[in-house]
Write a protein of this length. Structure first.
Ligand code: CA
Length: 328
């Protein structure tokens, strides 16, 4: 009896979605503005379900909720570093060609794929249709509404069933976890079979990550982040002191790009550097460390708009590179 009742409730929810005014508006506007017909859009959306876990995940992102130490420990694991070395060795010819074609370091590409999907082992436990429908209609989000249109266009273009695909809570797809608009804009058909398939084609998956970094301005052989001398005043700072200190420029924020003189005025360091940099002040282990993010750091934040993300990708890339060079 309980089972029957649950079935009734869930069927009601499915039908209910197409009855919603905002969903109906979405359907008619999307039909007017794209190649998709009302019937096609309804066919996709009729299978969609609102998943509350998606909202919980959105509101509890580790980039925002975790300390640097806790965040770093998720990604910088010995097993992930070893798997990264193996991933590079297994696909060494492919990586050589991709480094050559795109001018992006294989260690950063591997690091991103390692952080995003553990080298393809985990492409997510949801599907992009439910995830993006939930994000769009549970918070009336313009950003996700655009992504939903892109997802349906992507499904149409490659004859994919978005309910059957795997994705993260954010509807990110494939080896490098691209949201639909990025998939369509930056995906590369590197195996030249006529379609971009970041889930099943290792060539498309890796080349697409390289292309994303290239298009966003990756500069070959330039350092993304450098550890920098920190003034004594800040060495013993804990997380709370860092958070509450009144700096003249925001720290740990990729929008902050300042010169050596400005950095000195913040009293973070007495050393000089060329150009502009983003100051990253974090408690790593038991002490505070200062890192400076340069142009390639900004490129990584285009992948995920978080300073912690870019710092962890950089450190994982270095760790994989050190281990790789020992063995190769
Ligand atoms: Ca392909």
């Amino acid at each position: 009896m309980r089972f029957i009742l649950l079935l009734l409730i869930s069927n009601f929810c499915l039908a209910d979605l197409l009855e919603r005014k905002d969903v109906q508006t979405f359907i008619s506007e999307t039909a007017n503005n794209t190649l998709l017909t009302e019937q096609e859009i309804k066919n996709y959306l009729s299978k969609a379900e609102i998943i509350q876990r998606v909202i919980r995940n959105r509101d509890n992102q580790p980039e925002v909720k975790f300390s640097w130490n806790r965040y770093r420990n998720i990604f910088l694991k010995q097993s992930r570093i070893r798997d990264g070395v193996e991933f590079l060795a297994t696909h060494s010819e492919l990586f050589k060609k991709i480094e050559n074609d795109f001018g992006v370091s294989k260690f950063y590409i591997a690091s991103i794929i390692g952080a995003e999907t553990n080298f393809g082992r985990n492409m997510g436990s949801l599907n992009p249709l439910d995830a993006i429908v939930t994000l769009t209609f549970e918070s009336n989000s313009k950003f996700w509404r655009k992504e939903l249109v892109q997802l349906l266009l992507l499904a149409r273009e490659y004859s994919l069933d978005p309910k059957q695909m795997k994705s993260s809570w954010a509807g990110a797809l494939g080896l490098g976890q691209f949201i639909p608009s990025s998939y369509l804009a930056y995906g590369v058909d590197y195996d030249k079979d006529g379609k971009v398939d970041m889930t099943n084609s290792i060539k498309d998956g890796i080349a697409s990550v390289a292309n994303y970094l290239k298009v966003h301005g990756w500069q070959k052989d330039k350092l993304a982040i450098v550890p920098f001398e920190i003034n004594d005043k800040f060495k013993k700072f804990d997380e709370e002191q860092i958070d509450s200190y009144d700096f003249p420029h925001k720290i740990n924020n990729f929008r902050t790009r300042i010169s050596s003189e400005q950095m000195k005025a913040m009293e973070l360091t007495s050393s000089t550097y060329e150009g502009k940099a983003t100051p990253l002040l974090v408690v790593e282990g038991i002490e505070s460390k200062l890192y400076l993010g340069f142009d390639n750091f900004i490129v990584i934040t285009k992948y995920n708009r978080s300073s912690y993300y870019a710092l962890v990708i950089h450190q994982l890339a270095l760790a994989i590179s050190n281990e790789f060079n020992k063995n190769n």
